[in-house]
Write a protein that binds this ligand. Sequence first.
Ligand SMILES: [Zn+2]
Ligand SMILES: [Zn+2]
Length: 239
Amino acid sequence: MLTIEHIASGSAGNAILVDDGESSLLFDAGLSYNQLRKRLLSKGYLLSDLSGILITHEHNDHCKAVEALLMTGRSVYMSRGTAEAKAYMPSMYKQLTSMKEYEIGSFNVKPLDVFHDAAEPMGFLFVSKNRPVKGVYIADTSEIPYKFNGVTHWIIECNYAEDILERNTHNEILKQRIRKSHMSFEGLKLFFQQMKEEGGLSETKQITLVHLSDSNSNEAKFIKELQQLTGVPVYAPRN
Ligand SMILES: [Zn+2]
Ligand SMILES: [Zn+2]
């Protein structure tokens, strides 16, 4: 069993908590420290309950609370590139290297390189040591060039639909930037199609879509079509 708590999702801020019943991890902290503390509390968690806070990259919608978290002595994990981009002191954070494995609470976590306009952005594969849980958290990325098997829970960006972006955005430079740094609905569909054909969805229990664009996404369509394609429940929380 895995509990997934949506603390914040979208371009205004991202933070998501996973709890395997033994320990909990927070992925991203893109809201103010006070908001984060309050929203965690409303779900029954204290910051001191978290075994680790893992940050994908230096953009504010993912790391707004990080400075305060570091100052209060929390265990915050990130790549060296992310920390350097924010000038965090090396002694204050825990450095992650992609493709290495880290034991954090009852989880083994493996950072993955992702593709985004940031210094050293990462996604995370997390496996519970004691429960049948294997999860993927991938926020801002334009591509997922990895093969996975046995994943039970996907938490993954679905930022925009190509036709809506084309219709809404007339600034070519901005459009290119979005395409190069965020996951499209079409790209994600293709990814899950391939996963399905290769048997990579056989253990999947649920898919959570995160980081939907306010203006360029269609939540109902994303959920319906991905549910049809994968045959598992798809959620797209927003707050
Ligand atoms: Zn970003
Ligand atoms: Zn973002």
